[in-house]
Design a protein around this ligand. Sequence first.
Ligand SMILES: Cc1cc2nc3c(=O)[nH]c(=O)nc-3n(C[C@H](O)[C@H](O)[C@H](O)COP(=O)(O)O)c2cc1C
Length: 329
Amino acid sequence: MDLSTPYLGLTLRNPLMPGAGPLCDDLDTARRLEDAGAAALVMRSLFEEQVTRAEVALLRELEGLAGGGAPRAPAGFQLGPHEYLEQLRRLKAAVTVPVIASINGTSEDARWLEYARWIEAAGADALELNAYHMATDPFECAAAVEQRLLDLLAAVRGQVTLPIAVKLGPYHSALPHLARALVDRGAAGLVLFNRFYQPDIDVQALEVVPSLQLSDPSELPLRVRWLAVLSPLVDCSLACSGGVHGPLDAVKAVLAGAHAVQMTSALLLHGPERLGVVLDGLRAWLEERGHASLADVRGSMSRERCPNPQALERADYVRLLHTWHRRRA
Ligand SMILES: Cc1cc2nc3c(=O)[nH]c(=O)nc-3n(C[C@H](O)[C@H](O)[C@H](O)COP(=O)(O)O)c2cc1C
């Protein structure tokens, strides 16, 4: 069974990989992921705030003549910028699969963007760009929000020759247009989607409480829908991120057009070996249906190729709302 897949200019042995997060903070876990079949590793993001705070702390240290040295992890962050690069080098030495680094920020601040270049120099095989941004300014229109993302990509593009995948949120008003514009500006891939962690309200303390809940498969259909819509439209790699917990979740992502399938919550919940379970299940699904390769089925349920594209559009929404009946117990 040929499970190989093109992703960001690389040829991966299969589509499965851990998504950006804490899984690659530790070399032992990274090796277990590779042993379980991960075709690449995605590191957690290096955040713009991390770089800025570490730089400020270093300057303070230097001003106080209290030593100095490379920027280290500021409070609240797992790795400082320097340690991030060190971890990348260690991962590259520890595994044979490609290592994808990730940067996360919103401004075109030169100091932060320089880290993209250092990430390339440290040996990353590709780079994810996550521009987690909450559009809360009532004077900024959607086109301006999108333009900032395009400018940010151009700025990162100017720093590196690495293939760049942009990790998008689902809340853009004209996603296909934005996706095409990103590809035109040099994005080699898109990761669908970033997860916007939802704060809650503590009604006793009357505070907004940040909360990070791990995903479940109910998050997948949003990804599958947009993979199915975008895959015929954009000439770039597509990765699914969000809600992949079992083999059939991965099958759905690939049928909709994903080249790569990322898992984070499921691996945090069940351990790195869960990736092997999903991989075995994906292979078995293909074998049972007589397919010789993953490429045979990728995108076969995209909006262009599925038998009922209206199910992805407004028409089915209208029909569903009008034909809904409460199921009798
Ligand atoms: C603990 C944790 C840390 C994460 N850190 C990052 C990060 O540093 N950068 C990033 O782009 N996404 C990060 N993510 C988001 C994941 O990469 C992924 O997009 C999201 O969890 C949805 O996928 P899942 O349903 O497989 O968990 C993190 C997720 C979790 C749960």
